[in-house]
Design a protein around this ligand. Structure first.
Ligand code: F0G
Length: 504
């Protein structure tokens, strides 16, 4: 349904975009020639005018379409206030006939664009000329089949996959989006960029600025709301780091106002170009599965950029005939930060063909404010009250026959410990996806025979305090978690050490 709507919307916007360019109803000779050329010479290098002609921005939602060029720096539609999508005139763009064609890029790793796990799929996010792309080697991530976690979740052996986005240069999935956002920043000539963050977005933006020297960066974080590993990154990479009195939502509100007033380029996930990069996480999942579509994608939900990007990725792949079915999507909230869960599962909020119930959302937030309820979870990355991509996520849930669940901090930390015991580990927020998969399996929503991919969004070393407290019980003499692995005090003496090892 959404696919159809998206498609009809794309057709509508295509017309207005065509009118904007003055290329309809007759195409000028040079465009005809270019289309002919692209038809016969796939994977050409993308030049400046190509990306500017065939990519555009448009508002989401069922109302009138408004279209903007990609040189415009926007985080919402100036006319409707809605979120924006980057869309493409796919009919005029050379797209591979099958996903397998992307395998040709593997043999060309000397080219940084083909090495990048984001840009080797650039035909599916064709907004940037090749010579403008900013890459630091992001996306070298793996899909691991985990028997250990499969047993924990309760699916058949071989059916549980972990997508390790913590292996990115800054240690989280954010680099997939930041390479795209900083590319767009470069295209529009931005010199200063900013973001609000629970820690990973800021680390990512800071590393792109530090590594490339293209931008100065200002990051806004909530006071005391950021895991130390992440804060240390922003400081080390040289970002101007502002600790705002308040939480992530406060920091986001401020950075939006500051960016607007001071003309600073905003890199939060309201930036539609960032989400284009995050689509590639799904391309790599498919790549890891030999281009087969899994039954489930399970992802933690915070500001809902990832889930929104995943929905867009699958909608486009289906529309382009590159996949024949769409996997189901499960978005997992922490119980202490459960806006999406409350609205979607308890109050029945739906995409509703592009017209979600705005009054319901408003009254939910009003009540939140009246009761002074603020998000609170040990999974600090997803401690968010008002997810900015709510509407886009509803669209993704609609397209992917999605479900939303909430899991407690204990469930998150237990799942995280199981990921660690069976693989590379992850930070708490990422553990939510495994805890959510387990819950859905117990509820019978996920079947034992399903193929399930859990997205591990951040590296294990991002939040060592959470991990050490889980295993030791922390400083206050509390007992550790169910799967704790306590360090053992032993005297500085060979016999005592051998005695302890003997009991292992
Ligand atoms: N997992 C991790 C490790 C994160 O850092 C985030 C978001 C999420 C999940 C949620 O992803 O927003 O796409 O739903 N972190 C943001 C930040 C908010 O500022 O680093 P989402």
């Amino acid at each position: 349904m959404v696919g159809e709507i998206l498609k009809s919307k794309i057709l509508r916007t295509k017309r207005s975009y065509g009118e904007l360019l003055g290329v309809e109803p007759f195409l000028p000779w040079f465009l005809v020639l270019r289309i002919w050329f692209l038809e016969f010479f796939p994977f050409p290098s993308r030049n400046r005018s190509m990306s500017q002609e065939f990519a555009f921005q448009t508002n989401i939602g069922a109302g009138a379409s408004h279209t903007y060029g990609i040189q415009e720096v926007l985080t919402s539609c100036p006319q409707t206030g809605e979120l924006l999508d980057v869309q493409y005139d796919w009919d005029r763009i050379p797209v591979p006939k099958s996903l397998k064609e992307f395998e040709k890029k593997w043999s060309n790793r000397g080219n940084p664009l083909d090495f990048s796990g984001v840009w080797r799929f650039r035909e599916l996010l064709p907004f940037a000329p090749d010579d403008q792309i900013v890459t630091i080697g992001e996306g070298q991530t793996i899909l691991q089949n985990s028997g250990h976690v499969a047993r924990y979740v309760g699916v058949n052996s071989g059916g549980l996959f972990l997508q390790y986005e913590g292996l990115n240069p800054s240690g989280s999935f954010k680099d997939n989006g930041m390479t795209a956002a900083t590319t767009h920043a470069r295209m529009v000539g931005a010199k200063i960029a900013a973001c609000a963050s629970t820690g990973n977005t800021s680390a990512s933006l800071a590393i792109y600025a530090g590594t490339t020297g293209l931008l100065k960066v200002i990051v806004f974080v909530g006071s005391g709301k950021i895991a130390f590993g992440k804060l240390s990154q922003a400081l080390d990479y040289g970002a101007l780091t502002l600790q705002i009195e308040g939480d992530f939502d406060d920091a986001l509100q401020q950075v939006r106002a500051v960016s607007q007033k001071a003309g600073i380029y905003l890199c939060n996930s309201v930036n539609p170009f960032r989400l284009e990069g995050q689509k590639t996480i799904m391309y790599r999942v498919l790549e890891g599965l030999g281009w087969e579509v899994p039954d489930w994608i399970v992802v933690p939900g915070g500001n809902l950029g990832n889930s929104s990007a995943f929905g867009k990725a699958f909608g486009e792949l289906k529309q382009l005939g590159l996949i024949d079915r769409i996997p189901r999507l499960a978005v997992i909230n922490a119980a202490g930060a459960s806006t999406l869960y409350d609205l979607y599962e308890n109050q029945g909020l739906r995409w509703n063909n592009g017209a979600p119930d705005a009054a319901l959302i408003q009254s939910f937030y009003q009540q939140m404010d009246n009761e002074n309820r603020r998000a609170s979870t040990l999974a600090s990355a997803i401690e968010i009250n008002r997810p900015v991509n709510l509407e886009k996520c509803l669209r993704a849930l609609d397209l992917c026959d999605g479900v939303v669940r909430e899991v407690s901090d204990e469930e998150i930390l237990d799942a995280k410990a199981q990921v660690g015991a069976g693989g590379f580990g992850c930070e708490p927020a990422s553990g939510a996806s495994v805890a959510g998969a387990r819950l859905l399996r117990h509820q019978g929503v996920i079947a034992p025979s399903d193929r399930v991919v859990c997205i591990l969004t951040g590296h294990q070393l991002k939040d060592p305090k959470a991990t050490v407290n889980y295993h030791t019980g922390g400083e206050n003499g509390k007992s550790g978690g169910v799967f704790q692995n306590k360090p053992i005090q032993v005297s500085n003496n060979l016999e005592s050490i051998l005695e302890v090892i003997g009991k292992f």
